[in-house]
Design a protein around this ligand. Structure first.
Ligand SMILES: NC(=O)c1ccc[n+]([C@@H]2O[C@H](COP(=O)([O-])OP(=O)(O)OC[C@H]3O[C@@H](n4cnc5c(N)ncnc54)[C@H](OP(=O)(O)O)[C@@H]3O)[C@@H](O)[C@H]2O)c1
Length: 297
């Protein structure tokens, strides 16, 4: 998803997907660097998923992510890449933590049990980046977005994040003339950032940020899952009922993040896309492209 957004902003960059190279395989990663000789790398590749996908695939999430991250960073050092920006996530923060999430708390306790292998592998990006900076002088930086959404997301109901799952469920319930059932009680609070904003922030960080500490990059301002479901329902003119299944997992209650470090660097709150506009663009994209959408077909 995020890579697709970058293609709009930086059409001439080189984009690598699993179809080009399997980043879990060190030989293929070496070949990738030798072939493309990048000076700057934005490392977005990851095995990602929602609560259920994480809980059911803890081992796969561990292996795939630790191998990809280790290979991408170590080979960047070998191939003398000038700068690497890696992508963490606010999911990597401890479950028991002081809010808002500030960057200095990232290693202060275990992450939430539902996604602990994904979280620990992301935390290891920070450790590897710092170690390589200290021992080899590598300029490896990392950013932590909060929940992302936008066009080209994964809309597979078994494996998706909350906004794409709700968009698909409401759209399909509308087509079928049925009610729609959502996971949890709708009460959890989350912050959501539009993918285009993360792309602009990434370029900004490549220019101005050279510190070892990860930096939070998402919009602040929490919204309930219920509020977002209602906005999506309103966009699609959905007239059925939204039923909340309280026996399904719902993740942490809240995890607000602090983006003041990013703002101190010169990024402005008003540079973020308005949430309602971004949600409408995403719903429209889904409507226009259905059913030829990742996770649907
Ligand atoms: N989505 C969110 O809400 C969110 C929030 C915070 C942070 N992030 C982070 O943002 C980054 C991008 O996430 P996204 O939502 O854009 O995920 P995504 O759409 O699933 O993209 C992940 C990318 O990783 C590639 N990949 C996976 N396994 C690979 C492998 N073995 N070898 C090579 N490439 C592989 C995929 O390639 P294929 O397309 O070929 O499979 C895909 O291009 C990730 O690092 C994620 O942790 C995401």
């Amino acid at each position: 998803m995020l890579g697709s957004a970058f293609k709009k902003l930086l059409p001439d960059a080189i984009y690598i997907s699993s179809k080009d190279y399997d980043l879990r395989d060190r030989n293929q990663v070496n070949e990738m660097y030798a072939t493309h000789k990048p000076e700057y790398v934005i490392h977005l590749a990851s095995r990602v998923g929602g609560v259920l996908a994480n809980m059911q695939n803890l081992g796969d999430f561990y292996f795939d992510n630790i191998m990809m991250n280790t290979n991408v960073l170590d080979a960047a050092k070998e191939h003398k890449v000038k700068k690497v920006l890696s992508c963490l996530s606010t999911c990597v923060y401890p479950d028991k933590v002081s809010y808002p999430l500030t960057e200095n708390q990232i290693h202060n306790g275990p992450p939430h049990s539902s996604n602990y292998t994904y979280a620990y592998t992301k935390r290891m990006i920070d450790i590897q980046s710092r170690a390589y900076r200290e021992q080899f002088g590598c300029n490896f930086i990392s950013m932590s977005p909060n929940n992302l959404f936008g066009e080209h997301d994964n809309f597979d109901l078994e494996d998706s994040h909350v906004i794409p799952a709700m968009i698909r469920k409401i759209y399909e319930a509308k087509q079928a003339g049925e009610d729609v059932t959502m996971w949890g009680d709708g009460a959890p609070l989350r912050e959501f950032t539009y993918i285009d904003d993360i792309c602009s922030i990434s370029l900004f960080l490549l220019e101005v940020y050279d510190d070892p500490e990860p930096i939070n990059v998402g919009t602040t301002g929490e919204r309930t899952i219920k509020e977002i479901a209602e906005k999506i329902a309103s966009y699609f003119n959905f007239e059925g009922n939204i039923v909340w299944d309280i026996y399904k997992p719902k993740g942490q209650h809240r995890k607000p993040s602090d983006n003041s470090k990013l703002l101190e660097l010169g990024w402005k709150e008003e540079n973020y896309t308005d949430f309602d506009k971004a949600l409408q663009k995403t719903c429209k994209w889904f409507e226009d492209n259905y059913p030829n959408i990742r996770g649907v077909k």
